[in-house]
Design a protein around this ligand. Structure first.
Ligand code: 3HC
Length: 285
């Protein structure tokens, strides 16, 4: 199936960049968020990003103005999904909230529409049965910052049709991304499983007082060639996300080892959620 119209639900850290990336690639995009402030920030970001790209010579003014015309920010899910061929959900990492949204979207969008989740960890089979179209519900996982990062993980759960997978892989390619296909559902997919191993160890080293977070970042960048250290990356992806993911996993497994680390809990409680709020491990003010 050819996809022309994409709806992105959630205009936060990931959603606003997924929407903009799709609009720059020629898709008609509608983006929504329940939080008016977040939606306004997304609009401002789109305007300033496109202007900056043109000034930097990275986009022609024609492509930038077409992208802006193709991208509309709307206040309700109803408006966002009414004509969508593909819906990409990028809301909070809470299973119950996602299931409720998918059930709602299922009723509001056309029968042919594919419903994808950008969840970092939750496999789509945990959501698909909240809809009447499980064969069209899959994971399409982007990376932060989504305008820059090339990878998209597409996951073929047992309920997902080949047509759905083909369509989503094609959308990712048309967005200039490099999709990889997972033939099995697995918690955390590929990248977050690798990332989690590094992150857990970095937090453990910090909690043990072995080195400062700055020096652990320096070690990862200069000793392993990582573009960012694990704490810089935590600030970029959001301490709140790490907290919610850990809590979700702990709720499911009951294993205390799955709980977010004490440092993550402390940062979360203090509201030091990373770059988006101006302070995380580092100060961005
Ligand atoms: N939004 C949009 N564009 C951005 C950006 C942002 N937040 N940050 C940087 N860029 C762009 C710049 O505009 C620049 O573009 P250009 O070269 O075309 O002009 C380019 O990226 C390079 O930027 P800088 O020179 O300012 O900075 P760096 O070279 O240090 O690159 C980075 C920044 C791309 C963020 C790089 O540090 C990086 O790759 N970091 C690792 C990011 C990563 O690992 N992401 C995955 C996280 S895991 C995840 O998302 C999974 C989820 O489920 C949690």
């Amino acid at each position: 199936m050819e996809i022309n119209k994409i709806a992105v639900i959630g205009a936060g850290n990931m959603g606003h960049q997924i929407a903009l990336s799709a609009a720059i690639s020629g898709f008609q995009v509608t983006c929504t968020d329940t939080n008016a402030d977040i939606l306004n920030k997304a609009i401002q970001f789109a305007d300033s990003y496109l202007t900056e790209r043109v000034n930097k010579g990275k986009l022609t003014s024609e492509v930038a103005s077409q992208a802006r015309e193709h991208l509309s920010f709307v206040p309700t899910v109803e408006q966002a999904v009414a004509e969508a061929d593909l819906v990409i959900e990028a809301i909070i990492e809470k299973l119950a909230v996602k299931r409720k949204l998918f059930a709602q979207v299922n009723k509001l969008c056309p029968a042919h529409t594919i419903l994808a989740t950008n969840s970092s960890y939750i496999v789509s089979s945990k959501i698909a049965d909240a809809t009447t179209r499980p064969d069209k519900v899959c994971n399409m996982h982007f990376f932060n910052p989504a305008l820059v990062m090339k990878l998209v993980e597409v996951v073929k759960g047992p309920h997902v049709s080949d047509e759905t997978v083909d369509s989503v892989m094609n959308v990712a390619k048309k967005m200039g991304k490099t999709p990889v296909l997972l033939h099995k559902e697995i918690y955390g997919f590929l990248v977050n499983r690798l990332l989690q191993a590094t992150r857990q160890e970095a937090l453990k080293l910090l909690d043990m007082g072995v080195a400062s977070f700055e020096d652990i970042d320096t070690a990862a960048m200069n000793g392993l060639g990582y573009p960012m250290g694990p704490f810089q990356l935590l600030d970029l992806t959001g301490v709140d996300l790490a907290y919610h993911v850990g809590m979700e996993k702990y709720r499911e497994s009951g294993d205390p080892a799955d709980r977010p680390s004490p440092t993550v809990v402390e940062k979360f409680t203090k509201g030091e959620w990373g770059k988006k709020v101006g302070r995380g491990f580092y100060d961005y003010e």
